[in-house]
Design a protein around this ligand. Structure first.
Ligand code: HEC
Length: 153
């Protein structure tokens, strides 16, 4: 009985391992975006609740989002070609404004925090408007919906 229990515990532990590995460096761009969504919602919630610590923590998490995997970055660069610097620049903008937001929230400076928040959100949306569909198309991997789609093979 005890022996069976040990075996069960061992196999459950093994099953859980890959899930924790997902939080490591092998995140996809899409996975990173999903985490940033939650960070962004936390920031917004912080503003609504006058909770500057919540704003600061969410902003810092956005600023420190993981880099996208090298292999995905290469596929994006191949697709965007000379437009790649524009794409990167949106990321830099989000990074810099989220750090401004973090500092303003720590200083309890509502006006500066709101300005940084609005600028940061605009950069999220502007990048989506400019590139989201194309980039999602090349990163689709197995998710390619039709064989005619570019980047699907
Ligand atoms: C440099 C460009 C860029 C910036 C800046 C950017 N995104 Fe994205 N985002 C993308 C791309 C590209 C996708 C599509 C990824 C895919 O479907 O593979 C995406 C998708 C998303 C999604 C949808 C994920 C899903 O499950 O389909 C969310 C949510 C998101 N981004 C949130 C944010 C937030 C919040 C910010 C700002 C804090 C932000 N993004 C800034 C490029 C950007």
């Amino acid at each position: 009985m005890l022996k069976n229990f040990r075996v069960l515990v061992a196999s459950v532990t093994v099953l859980l391992l890959p899930a924790t590995a997902l939080t490591g460096e092998d995140q996809t761009l899409k996975g990173i975006m999903q985490v940033m969504r939650q960070n962004f919602l936390d920031v917004s919630d912080g503003f609504l609740l006058d909770d500057f610590d919540k704003v600061a923590n969410g902003a810092l998490a956005i600023a420190e989002h993981p880099r996208i995997p090298e292999e995905e970055a290469q596929r994006v660069a191949d697709e965007l070609g000379p437009e790649m610097p524009v794409f990167k620049n949106f990321d830099v903008e989000v990074h810099e404004l989220s750090l401004e937001l973090y500092k303003a929230a720590q200083e309890r400076d509502r006006v500066a925090a709101l300005a940084a928040y609005q600028g940061m959100f605009a950069a999220c949306i502007d990048c989506h408007a400019a590139f989201r569909e194309r980039v999602a198309g090349v990163l689709g991997g197995d998710g390619c919906e039709s064989p005619e789609e570019t980047g699907c093979n």
